[in-house]
Design a protein around this ligand. Sequence first.
Ligand SMILES: CC(C)(COP(=O)(O)OP(=O)(O)OC[C@H]1O[C@@H](n2cnc3c(N)ncnc32)[C@H](O)[C@@H]1OP(=O)(O)O)[C@@H](O)C(=O)NCCC(=O)NCCS
Length: 209
Amino acid sequence: MVAVAVMGADEPQQSTLPALSTDRLELRPVEEADLGLLIQLNSDPAVMTHIRGRAATITETRAEWSQRLTRQSNPARGLGYWLGFEDAEFVGWWSASWFAPRPETSGIGYRLCTAGWGRGLATEGARAMVGQAFADPGIERVFASTKSGNTRSRRVLEKLAMTHTATWTRAGDDRLLDSEYDEVGYELSRADWRTQRRRTARADPGVPE
Ligand SMILES: CC(C)(COP(=O)(O)OP(=O)(O)OC[C@H]1O[C@@H](n2cnc3c(N)ncnc32)[C@H](O)[C@@H]1OP(=O)(O)O)[C@@H](O)C(=O)NCCC(=O)NCCS
């Protein structure tokens, strides 16, 4: 494990996020001490294909998580980042993140080790993230974005019944000319989520509304 300080001494972060679980995943809040695992995950070029087009450096991963654990987390509202474990093995991270300029929305995200791909784990964890976001009565809408060419990720968002609402080019991306690298945005409103849950509960009375 690589020990690297994520945050400055002037940025204490008191995590009060809950631990969550799904059928196969134990999800626990990301802590500063997890940076080694996150660096390992970001060092796999396959994992990073649709994110940076290459493995991230330690410095980039440190900067990424400094921002995620401060500006993009709000433990008091139950919003932030979770590591996922299947049978005690680290499989990746999921988020229901906080975005201060739009306090009525939460961002859903995920990044899994390749060994975890293709078994529905991303969708399973992301569904828990949607539930966690809407557990905050102030959240009206969940949002997610991915690259147009990230078919697996788009499929996850479609399986969550999220709607593709926007396409844009991310400034600063040096691959702008290829539409595969356009950013696509997906949304799910609280009302649509409630309807979806009612339908699931009717189809399977064992599932709580
Ligand atoms: C995107 C990612 C989270 C998907 O994880 P996953 O566990 O494979 O996702 P799931 O198994 O829940 O669903 C994947 C879906 O894509 C489909 N899929 C799998 N391989 C595919 C491929 N090569 N092309 C198209 N679709 C594919 C699967 O069939 C599945 O859909 P289905 O259930 O309808 O059959 C994972 O690949 C990942 O972490 N990638 C790297 C990080 C990343 O890109 N994160 C998203 C950035 S926004």
